[in-house]
Design a protein around this ligand. Structure first.
Ligand code: ZN
Length: 245
């Protein structure tokens, strides 16, 4: 793996000539309750992406540290990109990678609101530019969370400042976790949630969805291992497909 953040241009040149693919973590600057930092999604995406890039012998790009977080703007410290801006960032980076001679891009997304802009950028990069993108949204997380975590999720497939994210943070950046400030909250989702635009602070008080107090670094390691294993399965299928094309 080459970490582009710390790599020289000649090193990057040899890796690209040897056929390396690029891995891009995409996070957010978003509230994560009273116990986790605003950069949680970026830190987690980078930690997962680093392990995927290491297994693939890929180029690890510095993370996109802002995401589409309109729903959390009511909480201080959150700073959002519009979906169009995020999509444009992925398009620009993908096109730059293609011009540089990189074969393909794998994105590792750590934030729910980024999913659609990334998927749309991937579609354009393939159709308009002939540049293949595999976009990963923590595959394997849902069954792993159900098997590993002891608290119940606040909603199906909804992991925010809860036991899942807190455990992963304890595994990757424990010095940034304030467990003494962790609180549980199970907000009542309004019936129109998902059907009309709704900011989360209209029905959630602490920024927490679930119970982070049961988190541990061991659980975090197990969750990350499950996500990385499933991501590598998909990445190998993707790479075989583009090599055959
Ligand atoms: Zn998060």
């Amino acid at each position: 793996m080459l970490d582009l953040h710390a790599t020289t241009s000649p090193q990057a040149k040899s890796a690209i000539e040897a056929g390396a693919v690029a891995v891009l973590p995409i996070g957010a600057l978003e509230q994560h309750g009273p116990h986790l930092p605003l950069a949680t999604d970026t830190i987690l995406a980078e930690g997962v992406a680093r392990r995927i890039a290491a297994s693939l012998g890929a180029l690890l790009l510095p993370p996109v540290a802002y995401g589409e977080t309109w729903t959390s703007e009511g909480f201080a410290g959150t700073l959002s990109l519009t979906p169009d801006t995020l999509r444009a960032v992925i398009l620009d980076l993908g096109r730059g990678l293609k011009r540089a001679g990189v074969r393909a891009l794998v994105t590792v997304n750590g934030h729910f609101g980024n999913r659609e802009p990334i998927a749309l950028a991937a579609r354009t990069l393939l159709e308009a530019d002939g540049f293949p993108v595999l976009h990963l949204d923590y595959p394997g997380l849902e069954p792993a969370a159900a098997a590993i975590c002891t608290s119940k999720p606040a909603a199906p497939s909804f992991y925010h400042a809860d036991e899942v994210e807190t455990s992963m943070m304890l595994a990757l950046a424990p010095e940034l976790v304030r467990m003494d400030r962790a609180v549980a909250e199970y907000p009542e989702f309004p019936p129109l949630f998902g059907s009309v635009p709704l900011r989360l602070d209209s029905f959630n008080h602490t920024g927490v969805f679930g119970d982070p107090r049961q988190a541990s670094a061991e659980k975090g390691e197990a969750l990350i291992a499950a996500i990385v294993a499933e991501s590598l399965l998909l990445a190998r299928l993707f790479l075989a497909r583009i090599s055959a094309a």
